[in-house]
Design a protein around this ligand. Structure first.
Ligand SMILES: Cc1cc2nc3c(=O)[nH]c(=O)nc-3n(C[C@H](O)[C@H](O)[C@H](O)COP(=O)(O)OP(=O)(O)OC[C@H]3O[C@@H](n4cnc5c(N)ncnc54)[C@H](O)[C@@H]3O)c2cc1C
Ligand code: SF4
Length: 517
């Protein structure tokens, strides 16, 4: 089959779905190719056993680590991509994240654009994804040209108490930015019902600001937009000069199909975008498409993260827990010369999901059941920046399968953040000996599998010898190929990546619209 479009977008997640949304109004013919299907709406969406213990919505993909050991990565192939399962904590990077930062393991490099270049796109992204937040509360945040479109999601009583205790202790807790369609002033008509099944679960009532709900669904039925599901892109073909992508090769229903367009944008997620480029090697691009710099697949990052349950005798009845953030350790402090990272909340622990983690209960209080522990836990998510180093890379083997070589960086900073959290917990009445490291991905016993925040495999820059993409996210070596997902990140900062991917897709979309006008 051969069809011609103006733009083909590969992948419908934060990058690709948002890009399609940005381009659709032009009336140009857009083809969105998505290897997954729509995520089924079913009661299992909100059931911890199928979601967390059985991994029902995780792809059956096999990737390999540097020793060739197979693992199942935490990737989600659906319309909307990883955002179908994400926690919708929609943070901006800090202005300093766009500059060079000294870390204990080395340098986090400067971006070719500044926070000021991104700021208008962050504002547009927050409007589109209806982010709830209170500007000005987080002392590390940059300036904003527009307020959040919605007020911050309120703390429930236990978290309000923790926030008050921390403020009394001299910390600066703030309301975390949340992408949920909650109208607290009109709960009966609110799309979001403020439930406990948000972080890591699909939203059964389509009230999460994910890329399907916000970006892709509103386009369905438009005459100029075609969405093909079950369409896995395996390869891109070019003309003999190697400057122009001429064909997008798709495997669909076991058949090989080829689609054609003037412009092609890859947004398959950092590992899969690298995979497509590496598997598209040709005489003109012997190391993989757009890979004359040998940078495709390198600089893979996915954050140093850990989930921590802090258990106190006081009950935690919180339902929606993701309302609090702390950035007091995001930058160097007077006690520590390196940045340690961001502290935020994760979805509330429940006994069913914890059962999959098989915790040693006697460690807490021998007489407590798992249900007791879950009822009393306050659950935290710690993020420290990992560095883009060339040896941390995605490669593909002779069969085209993904291999990820990765060595940790900045672990000392991450341990420091954990120590700071324990001090914080003392202020909030949760003694340090009741802190327990949880596994957000039960059943996944290798760290590489938790690749939710993967980024960096096609970094953008001004030097074609040291980057894959130019500042518009167009491949240096091709005239019509863009990469518009988290692959473009030259560094990852220590906040969640999706809003930056969304803002960048709007930015690149504007550039592509200008080019097509
Ligand atoms: C459990 C979980 C919680 C998270 N929580 C947060 C959070 O709270 N805040 C935050 O900012 N981020 C969060 N993230 C990360 C966030 O979801 C990602 O950073 C973001 O979705 C990345 O966008 P992307 O466009 O790069 O990739 P994705 O959103 O993953 O989109 C890639 C798309 O490409 C498709 N695809 C892949 N290969 C092919 C192919 N060969 N052909 C066609 N289609 C293909 C995939 O099916 C997918 O739809 C979370 C992620 C997970 C998994
Ligand atoms: S809290 Fe709201 S957005 Fe999140 S899963 Fe529940 S209903 Fe959906």
């Amino acid at each position: 089959m051969s069809e011609n479009y103006d733009v083909i977008i590969i992948g419908s997640g934060a990058g690709g779905g948002t890009l399609a949304h940005a381009l659709a109004k032009s009336g140009k013919r857009i083809l969105l190719l998505e290897r997954g299907d729509f995520l089924p709406r079913e009661m299992d969406n909100w059931d911890p056993k199928p979601v967390f213990v059985d991994g029902k919505y995780i792809s059956k993909d096999t990737w390999f680590d540097r020793d060739g050991k197979a693992f199942q990565p935490q990737v989600h192939y659906f319309v909307g991509g990883a955002t179908k399962l994400y926690g919708a904590a929609l943070y901006r990077l800090r202005p300093q994240d766009f500059e060079e930062i000294k870390h204990v393991s080395g340098i986090s490099p400067a971006w070719p654009l500044s926070f000021d270049d991104f700021e208008p796109w962050y504002s547009k992204a927050e409007q589109l994804y209806q982010v709830h937040g209170n500007g000005g509360e987080d002392p590390t945040e940059g300036h904003r040209s527009e307020p959040y479109p919605w007020p911050a999601v309120s703390h429930e009583p236990r978290l309000q108490q923790i926030s008050d205790d921390l403020a009394k202790g001299g910390y600066h807790p703030f309301h975390a930015p949340c992408g949920i369609l909650l109208d607290e002033a009109d709960r009966p008509r609110s799309t979001c019902i403020r439930c406990a099944w948000c972080d890591g679960y699909p939203c059964l009532v389509h009230a999460k600001s994910d890329a399907e709900v916000i970006a892709v669904r509103p386009l369905l039925g438009r005459p100029n937009v075609t969405l093909l599901t079950g369409a896995e892109v395996t390869k891109l073909e070019t003309d003999s000069s190697g400057r122009t992508v001429t064909g997008v090769v798709v495997s669909r229903n076991g058949e090989r199909e080829v689609y054609r367009s003037d412009i092609v944008a890859i947004s398959a997620g950092a590992a899969n975008s690298a995979k497509i480029l590496l598997n598209s090697a040709s005489d003109a691009h012997p190391n993989g498409l757009a890979n004359g710099s040998d940078q495709v697949g390198r600089n893979y990052m996915f954050h140093n993260s850990r989930t921590v349950a802090a258990v106190s005798t006081e009950k935690n009845d919180t339902i929606y827990q993701k309302t609090l953030g702390i950035n007091d350790f995001y930058f160097p402090t007077k006690d520590y010369e390196y940045p340690a990272g961001n502290i935020q909340m994760v979805g509330k622990s429940n006994a069913e999901a914890m059962r999959g983690e098989k915790p040693d209960l006697t460690w807490f209080a021998p007489e407590w059941s798992l249900t007791d522990v879950a009822k009393h836990s306050v659950d935290w998510w710690l993020t420290t920046e990992d560095l883009p180093i060339p040896e941390n890379r995605v490669t593909t083997d002779r069969d085209g399968q993904i291999h990820v070589a990765y060595a940790h960086t900045n672990l000392e900073e991450h341990d420091r953040l954990f120590e700071e959290l324990k001090k914080i917990l003392n202020h909030a009445g949760m003694a340090a000996h009741h802190v327990w490291r949880k596994n957000f991905y039960p059943g996944m016993d290798i760290a590489l599998a938790g690749c939710a925040h993967q980024a960096g495999t096609c970094r953008f820059g001004t030097d074609p010898a040291a980057s894959v993409l130019d500042v518009n996210c167009k491949a240096h070596e091709l005239d019509n190929l863009y990469v518009v997902d988290t692959s473009f990140f030259p560094s990852i900062g220590a906040v969640n990546p999706a809003l930056t991917a969304i803002a960048n897709a709007l930015r690149v979309g504007d550039h592509i619209l200008g080019r097509m006008a």
